[in-house]
Design a protein. Structure first.
Lengths: 543, 239, 177
């Protein structure tokens, strides 16, 4: 199917109904849904039916609009008015106001830094299209990249374009995507696989979830292009079972794409076939690690294995396997459409493009944001985020989840990119960004993440299985005022040992929150140990 | 016709050695009498690199790599006895001893235990991490054998030998992290297992007193392991 | 040169380590030419004195009394030696730890007793929650594992200590030896 045929298809579907005068787009991604946006949608539809306005007014469910803290969120078009914190009782007022003055008390200013300072590539369809309608996706140039790739480009051309873009893995490690694709493409073998890692396990992270719920086709298209580039014909989307809405939307999306010949056998009428199957996780953070994920798909215990050999050479069932994160795949179609050079023009020298962050914690505007690499932490937290609420003071920002570190005030003006974050003792990670104020105890934060690692450790290697449990025990002693300086010395020794001897990334990065809080907030540890006091007033001292 | 296997030359602790390209650093080291400590490794079973005792330093590689699974490469320079490695090995052992209840003096394999011997070899005379004292069961339901989880170090040799050599796959691991445990069948008492063939291979490969035979005095509890390389060799020849 | 002052104490131990100590037999004479035994359960002295050079501690820290005793010993000793597996690792006394003191006291004093079953409250010191090796309570300078460590091992260790050398115990003994 050529781009022209795709467009015709989209138009034919849309043209079946006349364009309504007013369109209300209401967010139906998990955040707003849990705040009741489905009931708001129903109320609006009832209100419209009651007033006999069905022909003029359409209520459409869309994906994440970003400002999750103010949900349920909705957008009224063509006026371009955004409403926040909408409840069912507001339905009458909203419908009444269509085409007239907006309902003041519900208005969410669209000129906030939260919206204006973002640069949306991965999230460009999020909040705009209905994630359950492939026609919406096609109308926004959906699948044109795939069609073009199959028509005009060789697999090597595709890899060159991705390499030129400088795209790096968005799952956390930041490995050059073009290089990974090239390695898999070059690997010999009768079969190859493409796996999308959607096992987003970091506490507080919901970037991948939003992309899957708001724009699932974008991920499928990226996977298909990748499969063509590396020579795979079967793909797996490994989604954590805790994302049932994402799974449902993906299943619908796959079915819709197959029906239109955009996935499955002979895509776009060519000889290229690519099938995608969904595999569900079962509640293990460690299965976000690529070799553990592969073991899980193979039906074995989700435990990592030593690497080398890497999955690119020896992956699923021993075959060369390309495994990338959701966000990485979501960047592929725009890169093909607009060119690798375009992507490389955004961001910094070594970190190209944009990054999606889940901004959470003690900040006014919590939600999902997408910003160009190189933006400063200060801009993210104080402009986009709106600063710290209730007159509190910024203390630290935690990035990278349980594998990352806490960054203190003195680094607020540093650019957000892979290298800079690593230099201050944290990591980019998958995009979790938790802001903390003076009411957070940094030792307690370290303990929280260590507790997570203890529960999620797979148990295969000794340093992680026992080392994390011992480190947690020491942190618990410290936060309850029962530790000595010898305990602190032992904690530091264990951090070093677990970091360098663990089998996989979970164990290797488990000490990071402790190490980074020790680096910047050592005085808090000393206060707990020597003075038996928690400066932030959080920890309960036991005697 | 198979491709001829290439031979690589490398250095281990500044000694020149050679190894086939499909051999691991551990195998080559052992052939040359160079000691690298191991616990989860056993010749004849698939190595898994889990205990982390065999980690070695390789020049030009920033990470420590497990010798039991890393293949030799031409020109590799491997170091096995640096101070850093020795410190990490002792810490691995200390973590193991602190994890469960290893009471050597009253144990059935006192004097014939690989964990105990390793402590002596690595010069560990006390455990500096706090003991956990978990509550763990003993399963003596089997007619001939007993499993005492207090002594298990989760090396999974029993799992591997039962799966790869005996083929019964009676043993596996349940739970995650520090709550992991080796189990028989679907966590049923060993005596009620429908897959166990009572061959005793698991008992013989167990490095500690976690798996032992009933009715034998301490001095008779020697583990017989000759069957393992023999069976592996027989199977390879037939292939 | 004044003779070194050495002492021995036992906490929650079986006294086997002390028996092994005595097994040095005639070498005891050699030892006590260079040292004075200023306190020991084997002799009649009632008070643990100040300024002890070397104290050999047998047994795990299991009761309130052990806790009190070891802290006092640590204060008054230059070099504290944890001797025997109970002192070094917890060993047999620590086998009660997974069950908790209540269960243990019930089984010992109520379930298994026919005459006057009762958990003792007077005279017998209270058990602490977990029986711990000595170094988890106070700082230990030398560890001599073994159950018991052989007389030979004890003699070599003491000889080193009396000559102001730190003994290398790993070569001489191991857990459960």
């Amino acid at each position: 199917m050529t781009p022209e045929e795709l467009r015709k298809l989209a138009e034919s579907q849309e043209g079946a109904r006349p364009e309504p005068r007013h369109r209300i787009k209401i967010c139906v991604a998990a955040g707003c849904l849990s705040a009741g946006s489905d009931r708001v949608r129903e109320a609006l539809q009832n209100e419209i039916a009651q007033r006999g306005l069905e022909g003029e007014c359409e209520v459409k469910g869309v994906g994440c609009l970003g400002l999750c803290t103010a949900g349920p969120l909705m957008l009224v078009e063509p006026d371009g008015v955004m409403y926040q914190n909408v409840t069912e009782t507001d339905a009458a007022d909203i419908v009444q106001s269509l085409g007239k003055k907006p309902v003041e008390r519900l208005v969410c200013p669209s000129d906030m830094s939260f919206f204006t300072k973002q640069y949306k590539i991965v999230l460009e369809n999020s909040g705009v299209i209905d994630p359950e309608k492939i026609e919406d996706y096609i109308a926004r140039d959906g699948y044109t990249a795939l069609a073009r790739v199959l028509e005009d480009m060789s697999p090597q051309d595709v890899i060159d374009e991705i390499t030129r873009s400088g795209l790096r893995g968005r799952g956390g490690a930041g490995y050059p995507t073009g290089l990974k694709w090239s390695t898999v493409a070059k690997a010999g073998g009768s079969r190859k696989f493409v796996i999308c890692n959607a096992d987003e396990g970091d506490p507080g992270a919901f970037m991948d979830r939003s992309v899957l719920e708001s724009d699932p086709h974008r991920v499928l298209e990226g996977m298909a292009i990748a499969a063509y580039a590396v020579g795979a014909s079967q793909g797996f989307l490994y989604v954590r079972a805790e994302y049932p809405l994402a799974v449902k939307r993906l299943r619908t999306a796959i079915r819709q794409a197959e029906r239109l010949g955009l996935l499955g056998n002979n895509i776009c009428g060519t000889t290229f076939s690519f099938h995608v199957d969904i595999r569900l996780g079962a509640g293990a953070f460690v299965c976000g690690e690529e070799t553990a994920l592969i073991a899980s798909i193979e039906g074995k215990r989700g435990q990592p294995r030593p690497r080398p050999p890497y999955p690119a050479e020896y992956g699923l069932w021993g075959y060369p396997t390309l495994i990338n994160n959701v966000e990485t795949f979501a960047n592929v179609a725009p890169i093909i459409r607009n060119g690798g050079d375009w992507f490389a023009s955004i961001g910094t020298e070594k970190s190209k493009g944009t990054k999606v962050f889940a901004l959470a914690g003690r900040v006014k505007n919590t939600g999902l944001i997408e910003v160009p690499m190189g933006i400063t932490l200060r801009e993210i937290i104080f402009d986009i985020g709106g600063g710290i609420p209730d007159g509190h003071q910024f203390k630290a920002v935690q990035t990278g989840g349980p594998s990352g570190g806490c960054i203190p005030e003195q680094y607020l003006d540093m650019p957000v990119d892979y290298e800079s974050l690593a230099k201050v003792g944290s990591i980019m990670g998958s995009g979790g960004m938790i802001v903390m104020d003076e009411t957070s105890c940094m030792v307690d934060v370290a303990k929280f993440f260590m507790d997570f690692c203890v529960t999620e450790s797979c148990g295969k290697c000794v340093p992680c299985r026992v080392g994390t449990a011992q480190m947690y025990h020491l942190l618990d002693k410290i936060t309850s005022g029962q530790a000595t300086m010898d305990d602190l010395a032992l904690l530091e020794e264990l951090c070093d040992m677990v970091k360098y001897t663990s089998l996989c990334g979970l164990g290797q990065t488990a000490p990071n929150p402790v190490l980074s809080t020790l680096q910047y907030f050592r005085d808090e540890y000393i206060a707990h140990i020597v003075d038996k006091q928690c400066p932030a007033g959080v920890c309960q001292m036991r005697h | 016709m198979n491709q001829p296997v290439r031979v690589k030359t490398l250095k281990i602790d500044d000694r020149d050695v050679s190894g086939r390209e499909d051999e691991t650093i551990l195998e080559v080291a052992r052939q040359n009498g160079i000691f690298i400590p191991t616990l989860c490794n056993l010749e004849g079973l698939t190595p898994i690199g889990a205990c982390r005792l065999c980690l070695v330093e390789i020049k030009g590689v920033s990470r420590l790599l497990p010798a039991c699974v890393t293949r030799v490469e031409e020109g590799m320079e491997v170091y096995t006895q640096s101070e850093r490695l020795q410190k990490y090995r002792r810490m691995v052992l200390e973590l193991l001893f602190s994890e469960r209840n290893h009471i050597c003096s009253v144990c059935v394999v006192n004097g014939h235990c690989e964990l105990q011997s390793m402590a002596q070899i690595l010069g560990m005379t006390h455990v500096s991490v706090p003991y956990r004292f978990p509550r763990l069961p003993v399963d003596a339901s089997h007619e001939r054998f007993v499993v005492d989880h207090n002594r298990c170090i989760l090396c999974t040799r029993c799992v591997r030998v039962c799966d790869e050599i005996e083929g019964a796959h009676t043993w596996d691991v349940m739970g995650r992290g520090i709550d992991s445990r080796v189990i028989t069948d679907l966590n049923q008492p060993w005596g009620e297992s429908e897959t166990c063939t009572s061959c005793g291979k698991c008992v013989n490969v167990c490095p500690t007193g976690a798996l032992f035979e009933k009715g034998k005095p301490v001095y008779e509890r020697l583990k017989k392991r000759q069957f393992l390389p023999y069976l592996t060799m027989m199977r390879e020849e037939r292939r | 040169m004044s003779k070194k002052r050495i002492a021995t104490v036992w906490l929650d131990g079986c006294s086997g380590c002390h028996m092994s100590f005595l097994d040095m037999d005639e070498r005891l004479v050699e030892v006590f030419q260079q040292a004075d035994l200023v306190y020991s359960p084997l002799v009649d002295l009632k008070e643990f004195p100040e300024e002890v050079d070397i104290t050999l501690v047998e047994g795990a820290v299991s009761s309130e009394e052990d806790l009190h005793k070891i802290r006092m010993v640590r204060e008054r000793t230059k070099i504290l030696v944890a001797f025997g597996d109970c002192a070094v690792t917890g060993n047999v006394p620590s086998m009660r730890n997974p069950f908790g003191t209540n269960a243990v006291l019930q089984r010992a004093y109520l379930e298994n007793v026919t005459l006057h079953p009762q958990v003792p409250r007077e005279v017998i010191p209270a058990l602490i929650e977990k029986a711990r090796p000595v170094h988890e309570v106070v700082k230990v300078d030398v560890f001599i594992p073994g159950c018991p460590p052989s007389a030979e091992t004890i003699f070599l260790a003491l000889s080193d200590l009396l000559a102001d050398r730190m003994p290398d115990m790993a070569k001489l003994t191991r857990f459960g030896a």
